[in-house]
Design a protein around this ligand. Sequence first.
Ligand code: PLP
Length: 377
Amino acid sequence: MEDCRIYLDNAATTPLSKTVLDAMMPYLTTHFGNPSAIYSYGREAKLAVENARKAVAKILNTQPSEIFFTVGGTESANTAITGAVRDLGCKRIITSAIEHHATLRTVQRLQQTGEAVVNYVQLLPDGHIDLNDLEKLLAESEAKTLIALMHANNEIGNLLDIRTVGELCKKYHAIFYCDTVQTIGRFPLDLKEIFVHFISASAHKFHGPKGAGMLYINENIGIKPFINGGAQERNMRAGTENVAGIVGFAKALQITADNCEQNSRSIQELKMYLYHRLKNEIPNIGFNGDVEGQSLYALLNVSFPKTDKTEMLLYNLDIHHICASSGSACSSGVNQASHVLEAVYPNHNRVAIRFSFSEENTKEEIDIVVEKIKELI
Ligand code: PLP
């Protein structure tokens, strides 16, 4: 039976690509060996993992020895932040109130245990990080500092000027962790050009499998493993490798990066088409984040005045087979206030719906969504 649903929650997760599944299949079936085994089954699995590592390193213009496979963005964030504090001597963390919970909860935990002091950088009215405040914070203390700021915000789509933040980190000798979960493959990232110590990724955000992620660790720093056990991932990440997942990660990233230019254009067009239609056709509508400026081209966060109808809109869209979200994946479907919107627009008292796109969406789908929203509210 044909699936008639319209899927506009690609920032939460994306469907697995058929090509990616095909690349993974041998490692779920015939090539099932444990990469640590010395016989041929093991060697072919090991080769697949190392080839995946090389492919990922090439895309990011870095060394394979700097790429570590994890289960996803959350584990990568935990590893980077905890490692920076415990192994690199960062006694202070500068982050923002609008980071993903993978960062915020890790930072809060290190604050609770007394291992680090946490400073939150100020936000500008449109939700961008105030880079002047960031520099002021960096300048006011001699303490070794970790900057933990995300490249694109997964709720409102604002993009960080990663190069400028990297330069500030260089100037003040700070360690920089950038959560690139929403941007990797979707924007060219040349790690030889950007001053950054850690970046993170999750394959399911770009048509790869769930449970496959990556942490880049710059070769000039060394941290201890976050997960202890065997010697996998060159002693950095214990546990038998998710070989099929790792192969899928690399394949999905390759496809995304290869098609980045073309897809970014067509997805941006869809986003702006939805933006202009909603803006012109629905009174009192608003948009969260810097939609027309430095913004992720795959995401539009729409703000409606609070009414009985708009409060039910997400549920009613679902009844009409339209999948969108109220914000981050962990809060979608649950009427929970978004920590991002609360931080950027205190007392906003509006209803937010996040639409996030992929290359599989069409203009016809956007038309159906706009008409349905008009009808429902
Ligand atoms: N960081 C960002 C910006 C995200 O959007 C997500 C997923 O929603 C994560 C981290 C966590 O990734 P995962 O749930 O795959 O561990």
